[in-house]
Design a protein. Structure first.
Length: 497
């Protein structure tokens, strides 16, 4: 098993330059320079209380200027009011990762963090608390990416699991009451156009805390090895190259959407190719187009978890991993494509987006890479692990797919003889399809626009819905949807696409 590494803090006071931009809805923490920080009824108003250094709160209003100072309205634990960001050249408030107020801080996404401003070194421990052993440290100014959060109520400390830029990974204390802030959020310098923003903010397609290995192989796609990625959970290590690798029998693992969008559940003809797969179509247009949308594909699933045609949020469950289609072992095949909507259908004719080693793409805040100089026998090319961040509180009931689930795939860890999928191996296999066509009027997702789809549409006629019956995505099932269905009636039925 891959050994998880966690961090804790041993801090020495020191000033570090500006750490992040405070925003409404974001979290802030009190530095040692601001201890104790007055909380006022209004900007420059009367004092109604104070908070200690190391305490975090959430910005609920602001900012306002008064007496030459910038003020923010903040909700702290047990008190809310207005506090100054700083004075006389000293910084009192700095940006923190996550959302909410202790003891209910949550981490809906990954954040870039930095050591400071009240620490020069962070001791790395084996768990999220000072009772865990120290295994290393990171220096002042070091940056990293958060992978999870733990609210340690016994110590009164918020701990963050961080993957640091030097490769160390672990839990780090956000700050200590009365002492100051040890971790601050810093800007990620996200892109400005909507397509790159979506790619920059993709969510890893599995649950928070799970660690998965990305891999690819020669012949994976016609466009090259970097245009698709396979994922399996980490279960061991290999001496060749420097990466943690290994495969689980992964059937049944919950797969989540990497972004918000509309879900289409489909199966390849004869259970070949992708087998049961999901396409999530975003509302983000390819730059320079009017009908081509950035989308993700999740292939080789056993079951679906979101109804065909429904819309989902980023991180929502959409399927269970399996080994249907052109696959000899359970894994998730993942792609990014531009899906073009035209004449009542969605199609992608090889319009893949490079998913691996693409600086435009981050997955739960982590670069998605493989090392093309590191070729492992039986695995193809592999890269650094990606940790999930999606908090899945409940999982919908299984929706059967058209392809039969992989028959001999227990949902358990097997550190003995682990079957390596042929698709991830060195043997030559047939590439998966370059072309995908999805008929929007195929409401039940069986590959054929027929009477069943017509009846389903008529049953919802006139309804304001967010479902497959709304073929043209305008929010209501009406004449336009009926006409679109009739125009495509019979599509896909002859060849069972």
């Amino acid at each position: 098993m891959r050994r998880s590494i966690w961090c804790a803090v041993c801090a020495v006071m020191v000033g570090i330059a500006a750490h992040g931009q405070i925003v409404v809805g974001g979290r802030v923490g009190v530095t040692a320079a601001g201890n104790p920080l007055n909380v006022r009824s209004t900007a420059c108003g009367s004092v109604i209380g104070s908070v200690q250094a190391g305490v975090g709160g959430q910005v609920i209003g602001g900012s306002q200027s008064c007496n030459g100072l910038t003020w923010w309205q903040v909700s702290w634990q047990g008190i809310q009011g207005w506090s100054a960001q700083g004075a006389n050249g000293a910084t009192y408030l700095v940006a923190l990762p996550g959302s909410g107020v202790f003891p209910n801080v949550s981490a809906p996404q990954s954040y870039t963090v930095q050591v400071g401003p009240d620490a020069t070194g962070l001791n790395v421990r084996s768990g999220p608390g000072t009772n865990f052993s120290i295994i290393g440290s990171v220096s002042a100014g070091m940056t990293g990416t958060t992978l999870g959060v733990s609210n340690n109520t016994s110590e009164g400390i918020v701990w963050w699991r961080v993957r640091w830029s030097n490769g160390l990974e672990g839990w780090c204390a956000e700050g200590v009451r009365g002492t100051g802030i040890y971790l601050t959020r810093i800007p990620q310098q996200p892109p400005t156009n909507s397509e790159d923003q979506l790619l920059w903010n993709l969510v890893a397609p599995y649950r928070a805390g799970q660690v998965w290995i990305p891999s690819t192989y020669d012949g994976h796609t016609g466009q090259g090895i970097l245009f698709a990625v396979d994922f399996n959970r980490v279960s061991g290590s290999r001496s060749t190259c420097t990466y943690q690798t290994g495969f689980l029998e992964d059937c049944g693992e919950v797969i989540v959407a990497s972004h918000a969008g509309r879900v289409y559940n489909r199966a390849q003809s004869g259970c070949g190719g992708y087998g049961n797969y999901v396409v999530v179509v975003s509302n983000v247009l390819q730059s320079g187009t009017t009908n081509s949308y950035v989308s993700t594909i999740y292939a080789h699933l056993n079951h679906f978890l979101a109804p065909n045609g429904s819309t989902v949020a980023a991180g929502a469950p959409i399927g269970r991993l399996g080994s249907t289609g052109n696959s000899t072992g359970p894994h998730l095949h993942y792609e990014l494509r531009y899906m073009t909507v035209q004449n009542g259908s969605i199609s992608a004719f090889g319009n893949r987006i490079q998913v691996l080693n693409n600086p435009r793409i981050r997955m739960s805040g982590q670069p998605l890479r493989v090392d093309t100089s590191c070729r492992l026998s039986g695995l193809g090319y592999v890269g650094p692990t990606i940790t999930g961040t999606a908090q899945v509180s409940s999982v919908p009931a299984n929706i059967p797919g058209s392809c039969s689930p992989y028959p001999n795939c227990p949902n358990r860890l097997d550190e003995g003889d682990i079957e390596i999928p042929v698709e991830n191996g060195d043997r030559s296999v047939e590439p998966l399809p370059e072309e995908i066509i999805i008929y929007l009027a195929d409401i039940d997702g069986n590959g054929c626009v027929d009477d069943t789809d017509l009846i389903a549409l008529l049953m919802r006629f006139g309804d304001t819905v967010d479902s497959a019956e709304d073929i043209n995505w305008d929010g209501i099932v009406d004449d336009a949807d009926l006409i679109a269905l009739l125009m495509d009636f019979g599509a896909g039925c002859s060849n069972d696409t």
